[in-house]
Ligand binder design. Structure first.
Ligand code: AMP
Ligand code: MG
Length: 357
């Protein structure tokens, strides 16, 4: 299949969509309505979109990604009221969270309505719903009829794409079109909160933290224990969280501890890898750039800047692939606030390989 690459220029007033952009998005919406797949930018990562109410489209999404079909898709909407058609029960908490965080990087799990095919929900009787804030995503969803199922637009297991070039790398020839709308602001997938349980529970951490959810809901919100402890033997309640994920091709290890000890430990490991003939890489904060003796050092931003680190994480992991790095070491991040999401993705990318100094 020939994949169309569509550039959205945002050349209207103040970076808004021009008439030409809207025309192109209309065309992409038609592709989705006809059962085709289109990758598109969001404020989190690029999504691989198909008609959420068409079981054949969902099957095509699983095939294009090589994703196990028990791993459900998030349904994207572009208007709060549209939730009524796909959710059988809308608790008051859903409205409270939507009023504060939508449009934005929050996905809510609700009881599904019959109209949502089991192919979209991976056989579950619940549906994941998100209303993204990116205007390109919103216009595409509207043009596609209002309900777009979209997992991240990567081959299953690889880091989620934050730029169109990485979508092209994974999806060229597999889908009808790829919309290039620049780089997403957040860089990590949405927070997933399950509203079918009481109190609501976070199934995947993201930019919207447990504290932010708790302060709106007036209750403490906890994270699914299965994803906090890889050795717990518990089954994650978001099926996708059980798979190895976000991984670069090279072998990634996280090193945790006091800063100077981490630097020493990583340099010791690098020396051994170099002696063995491996190309090496390090992911470090800006301040530590010069301290590592590696072939490639990628910077996550100023120490403690969680937004910068999240924004760069997947690009860095993909860049190590671009440079054919075989052994990669990463400094660790604090787990408070947005850091919980960064460490969740980094640990999965490393297959939970972590050295404590
Ligand atoms: P991705 O589309 O790559 O961002 O992954 C979507 C994530 O949402 C996966 O981890 C899914 O398992 C999770 N998910 C989607 N729908 C549901 C649902 N109904 N219940 C629980 N988790 C869900
Ligand atoms: Mg994904």
């Amino acid at each position: 299949m020939e994949t169309e690459i569509i550039n959205i220029e945002k050349s209207g007033p103040d970076g808004s969509l021009s008439a030409k952009d809207l025309e192109a998005l209309k065309h992409c919406g038609e592709i989705i309505k006809e059962g085709g797949l289109v990758a598109f930018p969001t404020e989190t990562v690029y999504g691989l979109g198909g008609d959420a109410l068409n079981p054949e489209s969902s099957k095509k999404i699983y095939a294009a990604k090589g994703r196990p079909s028990d791993n459900p898709l998030i349904v994207h909407i572009a208007e709060w009221g549209d939730i009524k058609k796909i959710a059988a029960d809308i608790p008051v908490e859903a409205k409270m969270l939507a009023d504060t965080f939508w449009p934005g990087p929050l996905t809510m799990i609700l009881k599904k309505a019959d109209i949502v095919p089991m192919e979209t929900t991976g056989g579950l009787d619940t549906v994941a719903v998100r209303y993204p804030s990116d205007i390109v995503a919103q216009e595409l969803i509207k043009a596609a009829g209002g309900y777009v199922a979209a997992p991240s637009a990567n081959i299953s297991g690889r880091p989620s794409p934050t730029q169109a070039k990485y979508v092209i790398e994974d999806m060229d020839g597999r889908i009808c079109a790829i919309i290039d709308g620049g780089e997403g602001e957040i860089g990590l997938e949405s927070t997933i909160v399950d509203l079918t349980v009481n109190p609501p529970q976070v199934l995947r951490p993201g930019f919207i933290t447990n504290e932010m959810l708790g302060s709106v809901l007036g209750t403490e919100v906890e994270t699914d224990k299965a994803i906090l402890d890889a050795d717990s033997g518990l089954k994650p309640r978001a099926p996708g969280m059980k798979y190895r994920h976000y991984a670069p091709k090279g072998d990634l290890t996280i090193v945790e501890g006091e800063s100077s000890e981490v630097v020493n430990k990583i340099n010791e490991l690098l020396a051994a890898d170099r002696a063995a003939g491996f190309k090496t890489g390090v992911m470090a904060c800006d301040e530590n750039e010069k301290l590592y003796d590696a072939d490639v050092v990628m910077l996550t931003g100023p120490k403690g800047d969680q937004k910068a680190a999240a924004h760069r994480l997947y690009t860095i992991l993909r860049s190590f692939d671009d440079e054919d790095v075989v052994r990669i070491y990463s400094e660790s991040f604090a787990k408070d606030g947005f850091g919980a999401a960064i460490m969740n993705r980094l640990l999965k990318a490393a297959g939970h390989k972590l050295i404590k100094c």
